[in-house]
Design a protein. Structure first.
Length: 478
């Protein structure tokens, strides 16, 4: 049936192409279905193909042309002979597909009873079966995917509060680093099997085309590659299951893997990591468990200090560095995991006291000449470069009350010259000031004594802690 489906695809594609080139007429899916009905009576090979399976192949071709016209894919191509492929029963509930758990058989129309191994229990009611897709992999394994309609209600995640959130930093030296302080090393399944795979590839290249030895070598190569993929899939399944069981909010970096593999020095390691597979497994498992997976912007997550927000540009080879702003020694991967968690919590709109006093984003960079900013590389630049750097830095999209960023806008503040000099000396003293808010009626606050750098102060008001960051040099003296 796979060979019949391949020939049907090629003939339908040639018909569409020829009709447009000769007559400038488009061909629809319904027109080709009428033609298929007539051709099945004359062609014995198409007669062996299940009627609805043939219509599904024509529907795939129609979807391929729609994707091409919408500029989402290339022009459909002819398929060459291959032992791998698939065919679908779109209405498996009408008796074309009958699974038998007792006899361990699967009845397929136009095929007959096939011995199968069911890896899980099937629903009791047969009318819930919707579709069945039979696939043959390049290594010669056959799989049947049965789609059932499930009436189980999927619980919605409680976005008001997450008891055990976790931030995950994806990497190559460590596959993941979590805010729990756990580092899982890169398993490197492809690297470990690369020696044997290369040997099989050389034997495959040395065989003569269209020979039996070449087909045997191709099958052996497919088996070797399938083993690597199966190991990676099994590892990601176990890891994602562990993450979903222990946490109700999982924050990943929203990495653009397709762009990252363009780096030829790291393309093999990135592909071997399987970041996208791990995230996709975690997403569907959290939906089934009523939990949540979010993706956050990855910009500067490994360079931003979790405690003070200073950006420190360091090479990839440095895994532990000292922050230029607060002087703390940080582990690069664990610090990035906390940054990912902060951004994920800010994205879902939840306030977490354990994340204070660290910000959900980097500190604003001053643009005046009095306080020159520190660039990522650690060099001193002028105000124009600082303005450009601030535009590239990550800013949270959602503000939430009680956290590090609020929707309250600060007005002007005045200090005495003595207070201004005391603030610039290295510590903030207990001062009284008047700060105008646009959405709060009360404007009298008292600054408390805190052990913090001179670039930060703590404001108490209405029972909430608002963390406001400013440079004392900006304040105009009375």
């Amino acid at each position: 049936m796979i060979e019949a489906g391949r020939q049907l695809w090629n003939e339908a594609l040639a018909h569409r192409k020829r009709r447009w080139e000769e007559e400038r007429l488009s061909t629809s899916y319904s027109q080709q279905c009428w033609i298929l009905t007539a051709e099945r009576r004359a062609d014995p090979l198409l007669g062996e193909l299940y009627s609805q399976a043939g219509q599904e192949i024509l529907k795939r071709l129609d979807r391929a042309f729609k994707a091409f016209f919408e500029h989402r894919a290339r022009y459909p191509r002819f398929k060459r002979f291959s032992e791998s492929g698939s065919f679908t029963y779109p209405q498996a509930y009408n008796g074309s597909v009958k699974p038998d758990l007792v006899r361990r058989r699967l009845f397929l129309s136009k095929v007959g009873n096939v011995k199968v191994v069911f890896h899980r229990e099937l629903p009791s009611r047969r009318e819930e079966l919707k579709t069945c897709t039979v696939v043959r992999e390049p290594n010669g394994d056959w799989y049947a995917s049965l789609v059932y309609e499930d009436d189980v209600q999927v619980p919605e995640p409680l976005k008001a509060y997450f008891a055990s959130p976790v931030g995950i930093d994806l990497g190559l030296k460590s596959l993941i680093a979590t805010t729990d302080g756990v580092k899982i090393p890169h398993p490197q399944f492809l690297r470990k099997a690369e020696k044997r795979v290369k040997l099989v590839q050389r034997n495959f290249s040395a065989t003569q085309k269209d020979s039996k030895n070449r087909e045997k070598a191709r099958r052996l190569l497919a088996i070797r590659q399938a083993k690597v993929a199966n190991r990676r899939r099994d590892f990601n399944h176990k890891l994602s299951t562990q993450l979903v069981r222990e946490h109700d909010l999982v924050a990943f970096e929203d990495l653009k893997v397709r762009n990252m593999v363009r780096n030829h020095a790291l393309a093999k390691s990135i592909s071997d990591a399987g970041w996208g597979q791990l995230r996709s497994f975690s997403e569907y498992k959290t939906k089934r468990a009523g939990k949540l997976v979010v993706g956050v912007p990855p910009a500067y997550s490994t360079q931003e200090c979790y405690f003070c927000g200073t950006l420190n540009q360091i090479p990839l080879s440095v895994r532990q560095f000292e922050c230029r702003g607060c002087g703390r020694t940080l582990d690069r991967d664990l610090n990035a995991a906390w940054i990912v968690l902060k951004r994920g919590v800010a994205q879902v709109g939840q306030d977490m006291p354990e994340l204070k006093p660290a910000e959900t984003g980097p500190l604003p960079v001053p643009t005046t000449g009095r306080a020159s900013p520190v660039k990522e590389a650690g060099t001193i630049r002028g105000g124009n470069h600082a303005t450009q750097q601030e535009g590239r830095r990550w800013k949270p999209t959602n503000s939430f009350e009680g956290g590090c960023h609020t929707s309250t806008s600060l007005g002007t503040a005045t200090f005495s010259p003595e207070a201004r000099r005391s603030a610039g000396a290295g510590r903030m003293t207990s001062l009284s000031c008047s700060i105008g808010f646009t959405n709060l009626s009360q404007s009298s606050f008292v600054l408390k004594n805190i052990l913090a750098p001179p670039s930060s102060c703590c404001i108490w008001g209405y029972g909430f802690w608002y963390w406001a960051y400013f440079i004392p040099q900006y304040l105009n003296p009375v």
